[in-house]
Design a protein around this ligand. Structure first.
Ligand code: LLP
Length: 407
């Protein structure tokens, strides 16, 4: 965890707003999942190539969901062969299809059309099947990726058709994959494990691996418990044993977390630029907005918030405050609940010039940022012990404008 002194130092050196990540926290989270045969990082959570290099140095493999993420993984030193990178999607656009065929990167197919398109061009290519077991769960309905309301995966009863396509094209089936959502609670886990065992039984093809997908939650609120990774592994290991007993050979067990590996490593550092009382509401306006951190506006997500102020300051009184950003929308508020209801946060009274820190934003923070209101993407900084280094500089406004220099 990054201490206030470090956050102050980062703000002074690189300006605000800025993302800061702690390498040690990432290593600690990786260590908690070492019992899985393969940890495959879902880089959508935080795809900075320096974070990918850190993952690679720890023996973590990587998932990619777009051509851009494939190129990031390759740039970070991951090899195209031997399953270092797996491409997971529900569609294969033409450019990505050409690139996976050229590099041989295995494809985790979320639709049977992907098998037809890949098979027609690259017989023998390695594939996974991403199965939608008919149910799902997530911290928000937007992050539930199973069931008939979700577009993801091959519908469970279509598995025989997928197997026929694999045989027809001579594709090489590496394994079965299930990811029913992000921010999943335990009660769904046993059901997913059972569904995986049932799917393998229904499949008349051999496989060497299964993937538990991602979805592991982290404690965003004070007092919330961390996930029991031993219990999590135990349930999947049991499923793997049942599958091994059926197939008569060892089966590798993968896990594919994004949030769990990086969320707690990251903070968004902003500066308080204005404070105003509007009727009964005290608004604290900072220089970061939902163009930087989209989660509260998108899902009503909760992030802990703290202030870093000058060392000489006495401890300020607690009071309810609404924390908002600089964008041109009333929904640009970091303290909001589901459905966009503005909420107050009881916290020390903020003053102009204080640093305001949004915690546990290492996952789906920088990677979901946009240029809305023509605001440049902000800097990313990685702290590793004593070392503090810039891993992405702030975008320049000229770079935004340059994209439109087309005549
Ligand atoms: N595997 C697949 C196929 C996925 O679609 C995802 C996430 C993951 C793994 C990693 O899930 P995780 O371990 O991070 O829960 N933007 C949302 C989360 C969207 C997740 C999308 N897929 C958020 O900010 O909560």
């Amino acid at each position: 965890m990054l201490q206030d002194d470090t956050l102050r130092h980062i703000a002074e050196r690189f300006g605000t707003p800025a993302w800061a990540y702690d390498a040690e926290t990432i290593r600690r989270q990786i260590a908690a999942l070492r019992r899985f045969d393969v940890i495959r990082y879902a880089q959508k959570a935080c795809s900075n190539t320096h974070i990918l290099r850190l993952m690679r140095a720890e023996g973590v493999r990587v998932d990619a969901v777009s051509l851009g993420e494939i190129e990031r993984a390759l740039k970070a030193g991951y090899g195209a062969g031997e399953g270092d990178i797996v491409f997971t999607a529900d569609v294969l656009d033409r450019a990505t299809l050409a690139r996976v065929v050229e590099t041989g990167i295995p494809v985790n197919a979320g639709s049977i059309d992907m098998l037809h398109q890949l098979g027609a061009q690259a017989p023998g290519h390695a594939v996974w099947l991403r199965i939608n077991p008919g149910f799902g769960h997530g911290h928000s309905h937007k992050t539930n990726t199973g069931g008939e309301s979700s577009k993801h995966g091959i519908w469970h009863s279509d598995l025989p058709e997928a197997a026929r396509a694999i045989r027809h094209y001579g594709l090489r089936l590496a394994g079965l994959h299930m990811h029913i959502g992000s921010g999943v609670d335990y009660s769904h886990l046993a059901r997913v494990c059972d569904a995986m065992v049932a799917q393998v039984a229904a499949l008349d093809l051999d496989i060497g691996a299964i993937s538990a997908g991602g979805g592991l939650s982290i404690p965003y609120r004070d007092g919330e418990a961390s996930i029991d990774t031993e219990h999590y592994f135990g349930l999947w290991d049991e499923a793997r044993r049942r599958i091994e007993a059926r197939l008569g050979h060892p089966v590798s067990l993968e896990i594919e977390p994004g949030r769990f590996l990086v969320a707690q490593s990251g903070v968004l550092i902003s500066e308080v630029r204005a404070v105003k009382d509007m009727g009964s509401n005290r608004f604290v306006l900072v220089d970061a907005g939902f163009a930087d951190l989209m989660r509260p506006a998108m899902y009503g997500s909760y992030h802990r918030i703290s202030l870093v102020r000058s060392l000489t300051d006495a401890c300020p009184p607690l009071r309810p405050q609404v924390i908002a950003g600089p964008l041109c929308e009333s929904g640009d508020v970091f303290t909001q609940g589901d459905g966009g209801i503005i909420t107050h946060r009881d916290m020390p009274e903020a003053r102009v010039g204080d640093l305001l820190v949004l915690h546990d934003t290492g996952a789906y923070g920088a990677s979901m940022s946009s240029n809305y209101n023509s605001r440049p993407l902000i800097a990313e900084v990685l702290a590793d012990g004593e070392s503090i280094r810039l891993i992405r500089r702030k975008q320049r406004i000229e770079e935004l404008l340059a994209l439109e220099d087309v005549d």
